[in-house]
Design a protein around this ligand. Sequence first.
Ligand SMILES: Cc1cc2nc3c(=O)[nH]c(=O)nc-3n(C[C@H](O)[C@H](O)[C@H](O)COP(=O)(O)OP(=O)(O)OC[C@H]3O[C@@H](n4cnc5c(N)ncnc54)[C@H](O)[C@@H]3O)c2cc1C
Length: 498
Amino acid sequence: MKSSYDFIVVGSGLGGLQCAYILSKKGYKVCVLEKNINIGGTLQNLHLGNCTFSSGMHYLGSLDDGQVLNKLFRYFNILGRLHIKRMDPYGFDRFRIGNQEYAYPMGWELFQEKMTLYYPGESEAIKSYVKLMKEVAGSQDIYNLRVPGNSDIRTNKYLKTGIYPAIQSITKNKDLQNALCALNFVYAGDKNTSPLYIHALINNYYIRSAYRLVGGSGQIANLLAQNIIDQGGEIFTQKTVDKFIFNDEKLVGVKTAENEVFMANRLISNVHPAATLSMIEEGKVRKSFRNRLTGIPNTISVFGLHIRLKPGTFPLLNYNYYHYTNDDVWAVSDYNTKNWPNFYYLYTPSKPEDKGYTECVSIYAYMNYDEVKKWAHLPIHNRGDEYEQWKALKAEKLIALATKSFPMLKHNIIDWMAATPLTYQDYIGTPKGAMYGTLRDYHNPMESYIFPKTKIPNLFFTGQNINLHGMLGVSISSLLTCGEFVGLHDLINEVNEA
Ligand SMILES: Cc1cc2nc3c(=O)[nH]c(=O)nc-3n(C[C@H](O)[C@H](O)[C@H](O)COP(=O)(O)OP(=O)(O)OC[C@H]3O[C@@H](n4cnc5c(N)ncnc54)[C@H](O)[C@@H]3O)c2cc1C
């Protein structure tokens, strides 16, 4: 048995590490338990030859001076210590939708100007769209580092509005509707469920400023971990928590698959809520609570293809590229195995020394877990020839489509590796490899909302399933979770004053 802690954090994803940072900074005795060899969850780097890929964090937003992520990174003591590069201010995100091409510039004014150049007859609609985005994003107190007031989940009208109907009410022009919703891959946009506030928060976050991570997102996890250790916290890897320990009704610790016991006054789970509940035996939690959390639908998964290329053959892109094969950006709603890939996202991870060219390209396309479930029961590193052949076929299809826009791609490939929904399920622990965790549905926001405080007195949640996924969403979740112990008001003040 290991010594007792004030807090055990289960999982070293972004949210777990941020909570451990906040609490160890406050002087609490904290330990993080991570099942993998490497920390970071979706922040982990992947390596192929001399390429470093991110498993799931490619670019950051609102990092300019005074913007929200800048303040958060300053508070977490990682600002100025990261290898990042400001993306192309005149086109950091570029899109091909059917036969149309668009680029998103940084700054709402420039955005409005550029959209009006694409659609001169729609200037009023574009103006209304920009006004709405600013208003919705600005109304979400916590995302603007204000103590939550009028943006409370129970009362905020934007949580109950869908982005798809909202955009239709702004303009009847289908092409403009597509252009305004072109960034929906970053929230797995589904026209039947995606809320307006998520679209607004994320578009606002990136349009204010966008930066890519040079050398992968693992650097964020490593810096946070170093800070935690410097503050007296402990991080243990290869500790798979498989059971929560109760003393009568009181949660007092966890047991790992490696048969170790860790005791604590309070536990924070950075693991998907359904997976967390599977560690709690029947009878310790109300059936209605268990059913609700395990019943929340999840976002779709993804197929990630990481390619190593011959040197000097592929340009280093200072932008992301999103390709929709049809003139409809709601690719999730339209996706089936026959029309796959109806969409892909491509970017070039880079090394600090890269100039002009890169040897590394990542391409992602949506994928349902059902496509891979028949191999789920097989051992992780030995799922057999059929699985390998299936991956190769999918890789071939993606490469063929991407080669139409990047003709230098196909014939310069040295090597590739793929991450499937099973990879995400195995390595991150998200059920069915859900890309962004639980799904938010504007029809019933309360149903899909998970509060940090659970029905079990000493158990709290953090991470992408609270509020919102991504760097911004998870950082805010960490404040909300730790605010339960250190006071949200004070914590927000500290972030603003850091
Ligand atoms: C393909 C892809 C691209 C993305 N791109 C971006 C992007 O460009 N920008 C952005 O902001 N966001 C992006 N995201 C989203 C972002 O990466 C995630 O929302 C965020 O990293 C999730 O953090 P989390 O705290 O929820 O932890 P997770 O990453 O979900 O980590 C959970 C951790 O818990 C551990 N764990 C699970 N079970 C156990 C157990 N039983 N015992 C111990 N440990 C356990 C896991 O191993 C893992 O380390 C992307 C996501 C994906 C999938």
